[in-house]
Design a protein around this ligand. Structure first.
Ligand code: FES
Length: 232
């Protein structure tokens, strides 16, 4: 298999360049993931930089652009990829080194939607109770692992990363707007009601295509718009 990997060390390089690596098929098993291949390639060149941690699709640290699509390398089977694999950092955010990007703006946007429950407990001795039906409404919104695959595949975020929250943050906003226990949903909606916020989304749907957890940020944003029309 051939791997063409974008390399960039800001201390040495003016711009990113591609480096070609090869792996013999005998080095790869049928259940190998792309991250396994990267570990082998780093044995060839220890200067190759990428993030990974859990290696199970849970921590969200190893998002990268693989043959034009954002993916988590640890849950991308090599058997799903062609013999020639082009790997680049996820687009739209500054590159720190090789495949590692600076996620600061992504986290700022997430923080900006107040991604925590704002509620009034009935009393301090009990949990915030919720009916099974209301809890079920959160399915598909709460499972996000903040890998950034959706937001960094979104052209609206590329154009206005400092203003537009992006799909991951808006999915989190949706999760709390529809939570039956949250008392701030009107204020949450008002904060998103602007041409540079929720209405910057053009429903290009790259986000939904890129999500490695099978979530649908595009649909969540459409639902937010519908709720906004009714409630504010
Ligand atoms: Fe944690 Fe891939 S290494 S999600």
């Amino acid at each position: 298999m051939q791997f063409i990997i974008s390399r960039y060390n800001p201390q040495i390089d003016k711009i990113p360049y591609d480096q070609t690596f090869e792996l013999d098929n005998t080095q790869i098993s049928t259940d190998s993931m792309l991250l396994d291949a990267l570990h082998l390639l780093r044995e060839q060149d220890p200067s190759l930089a990428y993030r990974s941690s859990c290696q199970e699709g849970v921590c969200g640290s190893d998002g990268m652009n693989v043959n034009g699509r954002n993916r988590l390398s640890c849950i991308t089977p090599l058997s799903d990829l062609p013999q020639k694999i082009v790997i680049k950092p996820m687009p739209g955010l500054p590159i720190i080194k090789d495949l590692i990007i600076d996620m600061e703006l992504f986290y700022q946007q997430y923080q900006g939607v107040d991604p925590f429950l704002q509620s009034e407990p009935l009393d301090l001795q009990h949990e915030h109770l919720q009916s099974p039906e209301d809890r079920a409404k959160l399915d598909g919104s709460y499972e996000c692992i903040l890998c950034g695959c959706c937001t960094t595949s979104c052209p609206s975020f590329w154009w206005n990363p400092d203003q537009f929250a992006g799909p991951a943050a808006l999915l989190a906003a949706h999760r709390f707007v529809i939570d039956s226990r949250d008392i701030q949903h009107v204020d949450r909606l008002k904060n998103l009601d602007s041409p540079t916020q929720i209405f910057r989304c053009r429903h290009i749907q790259n986000c939904t295509d890129a999500c490695p957890k099978g979530l649908n940020p595009s649909r969540a944003i459409q639902e937010l718009k519908s709720i906004m029309v009714k409630e504010i």
